[in-house]
Design a protein around this ligand. Structure first.
Ligand code: SF4
Length: 255
C-alpha cells in the first residue's frame, strides 16, 4: 500500500491509471491499492487489462488522452525511484536526485550524476556547476524553470567518481522513462557520460561531437561540455555559447 498526502486525490488516481495504461508492458503486479488522504482505490491489473475496483469496470484507453506529465513523473519518482536499491550507490546516498523542471518542456538537459550539494539537497545541478548551468540557460533567454534537468544516475557516486557501467545500466531506465514522459524536442547532453549514453558509445570524444546534431528516438540531441569542465577550462565557454545559440534557435522554432 502506498500512502501519499497533500495531493488532489482524484487527479492523482487519474494519473496512476494513465501511468499504468501508458506503461502497461512493464507492469507485472496484478493488483495495487493506493491511498491518498482518506480516499483509497484498488486497481487490478490482469493480462494487460486494467480494472478500477470502485466501478468494477474495465478501463479503456481514453486514459491515454488524460496523461498528465507532472503526475506521471511524480508517480515514477515516488513509486519506483525513491526507494530504489538496485545498485550500491543506494548505501551511501543522502538523497535521491530525481530531476526537476517543467515536465512538458521542449528542452531537457542531461548530466551524469549528482555531486555533494545535489546529494544534500535532492536537487540536480545546484552546486557551482549548477549555478553555471543556470547562467547558461539564462543566456538563451530562458529560465531554469522553463527546462527540465536530470542526470543518468540518480544517486551520488562516492567522492564524485565517474559512474560505473553497471550503475548506468541499472539506473538509466529511469532516465529513459523521464524522457518518454516529458517528450522534449531537444536534449542537450552535458559532458562525456550523458552524451555517450544518449548518442551511443561509438561516437567521438565530446570535443568532437559538441554542437553537432544527433537523434534520439526522434528528439534532436546537441551535446555540449559539462559545466564542471567549464569551471576548470573557462576558455571552452566560447564553444558552449556557440552550442547554446543552436539550441536557442531550435527551441524557439519548435512548436
Ligand atoms: S543510482 Fe539509480 S539504480 Fe542505483 S540505487 Fe540510485 S536510483 Fe537505484
Amino acid at each position: 500500500m502506498n500512502s501519499i498526502s497533500d495531493l488532489d486525490s482524484d487527479q492523482f488516481f487519474k494519473d496512476i491509471k494513465s501511468f499504468i495504461e501508458y506503461h502497461k508492458e512493464y507492469f507485472t503486479v496484478s493488483s495495487a491499492t493506493f491511498t491518498v488522504s482518506n480516499k483509497s482505490k484498488s486497481i487490478i491489473f490482469d493480462n494487460h487489462n486494467m480494472y478500477d475496483m470502485e466501478n468494477k469496470n474495465k478501463m479503456n484507453s481514453e486514459a491515454d488522452e488524460s496523461l498528465d506529465q507532472r503526475g506521471l513523473l511524480m508517480f515514477l519518482k515516488d513509486v519506483n525511484v525513491n526507494k530504489c536499491v538496485k545498485c550500491k550507490l543506494s548505501e551511501t546516498r543522502k538523497n535521491i536526485v530525481f530531476g526537476e523542471g517543467n515536465p512538458s518542456s521542449k528542452l531537457m538537459f542531461i548530466g551524469e550524476a549528482p555531486g555533494a550539494e545535489e546529494d544534500n539537497t535532492g536537487r540536480p545541478f545546484v552546486g557551482r556547476a549548477g549555478q553555471l548551468l543556470t547562467k547558461i540557460i539564462e543566456s538563451i533567454n530562458l529560465k531554469r524553470d522553463d527546462v527540465y534537468i536530470a542526470n543518468i544516475i540518480k544517486c551520488r557516486p562516492p567522492q564524485n567518481r565517474n559512474p560505473y557501467e553497471e550503475e548506468i545500466k541499472q539506473c538509466s531506465p529511469f532516465l529513459k522513462e523521464q524522457i518518454k514522459i516529458i517528450r522534449p524536442k531537444i536534449i542537450c547532453t552535458l559532458g562525456k557520460f550523458s552524451t555517450e549514453f544518449i548518442i551511443g558509445t561509438d561516437k567521438e570524444t565530446i570535443s568532437i561531437v559538441r554542437g553537432k546534431e544527433f537523434n534520439y528516438d526522434g528528439i534532436t540531441v546537441i551535446p555540449t561540455y559539462h559545466p564542471s569542465y567549464l569551471l576548470r577550462n573557462p576558455d571552452a565557454k566560447r564553444e558552449t555559447w556557440e552550442d547554446m545559440k543552436k539550441i536557442r534557435d531550435l527551441y524557439f522554432k519548435a512548436t
